[in-house]
Design a binder for this molecule. Structure first.
Ligand code: ATP
Ligand code: MG
Length: 313
C-alpha cells in the first residue's frame, strides 16, 4: 500500500491457546484448543477490516508457524500488513487462557520476551492518511518501548488530523509495577474517544458514570463509550448520554468483544452514523464476537453486523 491506511492499530500480535471447557485451571494437566490469532489491537484490526474500513496493523510476529497463522488470518480479512515485522530472533507471542464458570479468566502470557514484546520502529509517512488510530492499554503494559511507540503513533495520527481511540483493557496480570496513571496518562492526554468497562472507568478517574465521563472530558476526550457486557453500552459526549441495551448472547468466548466493539465505534464515527445507529451496530458486533471459541472467530462482516443491528430495532 503506497499511501497509508485510514485506520491503524498497533501492538501485540499473538496466538491464544485455550481450555475448551470452563473451570479447567492452568495449574493442572488438561486439553487445549487453538492456536487462535489474537492480541487486543489485532482483534480490533480484524474487525475494522471486516466492517470495510481500510485498515493497517503494526506489530511483530516470529518466523514460525504461529506467526504464519496470524498473518494468514489478518491478510484474509484485508488488513494491510506491510508493517507487520517478522522477527527472526523471537518466537510469536502466546497466551494460554482458561475460563471459570463465573466468566472470569485465568491467563499465562508469553509476551514480553516474544516477538509481541518488540515494538517496531514507526514510519511517519504510513500515518499520512490516518483518520483513526487505536491504542489499547494491553500494549502500553507490554513494556516502555511499546508505551513510547504508542504515544508516538498517537502524535503522528493527531498531526495527520486523525481521531485517537483508547481502550484501557487493563489486565492485572500485565500491569508491571506501573500505576494505571503512569501507563495511561500520556495517551489519555491526546485521546478523542475512550472505550472502558465500568471497572476501568473507575480505575482511570476514581468516579463512575457521567461524573467519570466528565473527568475524561476535562482532559480533552470527546466521547466515552462504556462497555457493559451483555447489558450493552452507554455513550457519553458533551451533548448526549445514550444507553443502548444489547440482545444478550450466551458467551462461548468473551475475549475480544470489547476490541471488536471498538472497531464498530470507529466505523460509526468515520462513516457518519447517528449515535443510536452506532451503538446498535457496536453492540451487535460485540455480541456476535462472543458466540465462537477464539477471540476473532465470531467477528462479523459488515452485512451480517448491519442485519443483526437492524433485527434489534
Ligand atoms: P474484552 O476486554 O474481553 O474484549 P470488554 O470487557 O472490553 O471485553 P465487553 O463489555 O465484554 O467488553 O463487551 C463489549 C460489548 O460487546 C458490550 O458493551 C456489548 O455491547 C457486547 N457484548 C459483550 N458480551 C455480550 C453478550 N454476552 N451479549 C450481548 N452483548 C454482548
Ligand atoms: Mg476490554
Amino acid at each position: 500500500m503506497q499511501a497509508g491506511p485510514e485506520v491503524i492499530a498497533l501492538g501485540e500480535a499473538l496466538v491464544e491457546i485455550m481450555r475448551p471447557e470452563r473451570d479447567s485451571p492452568l495449574d493442572a494437566a488438561g486439553s487445549f484448543e487453538g492456536p487462535f490469532p489474537s492480541g487486543a489491537p489485532a482483534i480490533f484490526a480484524s474487525a475494522a477490516a471486516r466492517l470495510g474500513l481500510q485498515t493497517g496493523f503494526i506489530g511483530a510476529v516470529g518466523d514460525d508457524a504461529f506467526g504464519r497463522l496470524f498473518n494468514t488470518r489478518l491478510n484474509g480479512d484485508g488488513v494491510d500488513l506491510t508493517h507487520l515485522h517478522v522477527d527472526t530472533e523471537h518466537a510469536t507471542g502466546v497466551a494460554f487462557v482458561a475460563y471459570r464458570h463465573d466468566g472470569s479468566r485465568e491467563f499465562v502470557y508469553h509476551l514480553r520476551h516474544s516477538a509481541a514484546g518488540q515494538a517496531p520502529p514507526l514510519l511517519p509517512s504510513y500515518f499520512a492518511n490516518a483518520r483513526w488510530i487505536h491504542i489499547t492499554g494491553s500494549t502500553l503494559a507490554s513494556g516502555p518501548a511499546w508505551q513510547s511507540t504508542c504515544e508516538q503513533a498517537a502524535r503522528l495520527g493527531k498531526a495527520a488530523g486523525s481521531y485517537v481511540s483508547f481502550d484501557p483493557n487493563i489486565r492485572p496480570e500485565l500491569l508491571r509495577a506501573a500505576s494505571v496513571t503512569e501507563l495511561c496518562g500520556g495517551i489519555l492526554s491526546v485521546a478523542d474517544v475512550v472505550l472502558p468497562s465500568g471497572e476501568e472507568l473507575t480505575m482511570l478517574t476514581g468516579r463512575q458514570g457521567a461524573g467519570a465521563a466528565q473527568a475524561l472530558f476535562d482532559k480533552g476526550v470527546r466521547m466515552v463509550v462504556l462497555k457493559q457486557g451483555a447489558e450493552g453500552s452507554t455513550l457519553y459526549t458533551h451533548e448526549d448520554e445514550l444507553h443502548m441495551a444489547s440482545r444478550p448472547r450466551e458467551e462461548r468466548d468473551p475475549t475480544g468483544a470489547g476490541d471488536a466493539f471498538a472497531a464498530a465505534i470507529a466505523y460509526g464515527v468515520l462513516r457518519g452514523l447517528t449515535h443510536h445507529q452506532m451503538l446498535r451496530l457496536a453492540n451487535s458486533v460485540g455480541a456476535l464476537a462472543v458466540t465462537k471459541l477464539g477471540p476473532m472467530e465470531g467477528i462479523p462482516f459488515l452485512a451480517t453486523a448491519l442485519q443483526d443491528a437492524e433485527d434489534d430495532e
